[in-house]
Design a protein. Structure first.
Length: 280
């Protein structure tokens, strides 16, 4: 990636920004329709249908929905536990909507945290995520290793009194690289993940292994390297007992020597960022 944003790259970033905004629009639209008694499976289907009606035919992964203590991944031990269940939403219950659509060859992976009615604990988790967004950007610009940044996120969570719940994801990842995929009307899926996007991630993993970097941002040794240029879907996930909250959005990393251009969030006009601004 060039040290300056070329016209071609700017056009590409607009494509990623467009699909990320589409995904967040879906999250807000579905969140507004949630009522007591709706199941996780119904909420996931609502996301699929909303996005398909707007032209989405491929996915990095199909939509997820987690309600209640499942927002904190309570008791999750195997990957199948991440998939939507018949858990029903109730008043005061937190929820997370997570989707990764591919549209016109551009990929997004977003996470939206909400609550059905007032919940002061959930409000506090959402507010405290702001510091994590600031830490992540600052330390990526400092070119600290991904593993070190992960450990600093862990330490911040401990100071705030929370548990790290992204550690429950496969390989404990807080982020993964994303890229463009071939624009198709449909592609096969494996366990809810689009094969095109998985092939791209596998290709990155192969090249990274040869060159000493990984497309997975984890607490393990294979992430002990400086941030790699590209687009990263980043998702710090806080948990306190049976309540969890996170955001997920795209962080752009370049090879620029200018700190402001070396890393930046793709879009600051997102629901959680607006929420923080309104509460400031």
């Amino acid at each position: 990636m060039a040290s300056v944003v070329t016209a071609e790259r700017a056009t590409e970033l607009r494509g990623f920004r467009s699909v990320q905004r589409l995904a967040y629009e879906c999250a807000e639209a579905v969140a507004a329709r949630l009522r007591p008694g709706v199941t996780e499976r119904e909420a996931a289907r609502m996301q699929r249908e909303w996005l398909r009606a707007r032209g989405v035919r491929d996915w990095f992964h199909l939509p997820f929905a987690w309600f209640g203590d499942r927002t904190a991944f309570r008791g999750f031990r195997i990957p199948l536990q991440f998939f939507p269940t018949n858990r029903r939403l109730a008043e005061g219950m937190p929820f997370i909507l997570d989707m990764a659509p591919v549209h016109r060859g551009f990929t997004a992976d977003v996470g939206y945290s909400g609550c059905l009615g007032p919940n002061p604990l959930h409000d506090k988790l959402l507010a405290d995520l702001r510091e994590h967004r600031e830490l992540l950007l600052r330390e990526v610009r400092e070119r600290r290793s991904l593993r070190e940044i992960y450990e600093d996120v862990d330490r911040l969570m401990v100071r705030q009194g929370y548990e790290n719940r992204h550690r429950a994801y496969p390989f404990g990842v807080i982020a993964h690289k994303i890229d463009r995929v071939r624009d198709r009307r449909w592609s096969p899926r494996v366990l809810g993940f689009g094969t095109q996007a998985l092939k791209g991630l596998a290709s990155d993993a192969l090249h990274g292994h040869r060159e000493g970097w990984s497309p997975l941002w984890s607490p393990y040794g294979f992430s002990d390297h400086p941030p790699r240029s590209g687009l990263w879907a980043v998702e710090p996930h806080l948990g306190f007992r049976g309540t969890g909250a996170k955001f997920e959005e795209i962080l752009v990393v370049t090879d620029s020597r200018d700190p402001a251009e070396s890393a930046f969030w793709l879009d600051d006009d997102l629901p959680h960022v607006r929420r923080w601004a309104e509460g400031a």
